[in-house]
Design a protein around this ligand. Sequence first.
Ligand code: FES
Ligand code: FES
Length: 213
Amino acid sequence: MSLPLIFFVNGRKVVEENAEPETSLLEYLRKNLGLKGVKLACGEGGCGACTVMVSRYDHENKKIFHYTVNACLAPVCAMHGLAVTTVEGIGSIKTGLHPVQERISKSFGSQCGYCTPGIVMSMYTLIRNTGQPTTEQIETALEGNLCRCTGYRPILEGFKCFTKKSCGLGENCCMNRKQSDEEQELPSSSAMNASIPPDSTQDPIFPSELQQS
Ligand code: FES
Ligand code: FES
């Protein structure tokens, strides 16, 4: 008797008794779990539209590792014992956008939006791993994500606030503002002024079940 496939998606435990070895993670997320934020574009690992974050607990080093995965290439069976986070898991208009989602929107870094979930997940994974990345780290993290309509400059501009360097807005930078400032009227000259600071409590908690050996 074969064992069920067990993994977590956006903090929810998934137990699949009849996992098909040829089913990709992308297919499973979209068809079985209804997570349509994971996009199918090239289907061969070339565009990054299907990027999700996969997290693994290293029992030896007692550390959680986060990395990006092209869901169109990864077999769902390879997710056994891992935690998958999709763009739906980090924020939404209903539950509140994650700062990464908010910044790509405020910087006009999305047009048709097809590449956006993948770009958001690449950036989100980088932040989970580094806290405050450098501009070079951001550029490297986005190397596997193609965008056909926006162009990369507005996307990179939007993510500048996450770096150690100033974004150029001085004390108006969202990183220098307190949460209570959200309620205040903000100057319309800079859409980025309305950005919310990163809040680690918005990050999905790694499932404790996967930390037990
Ligand atoms: Fe293009 Fe997966 S759909 S890399
Ligand atoms: Fe259309 Fe990037 S916004 S592909």
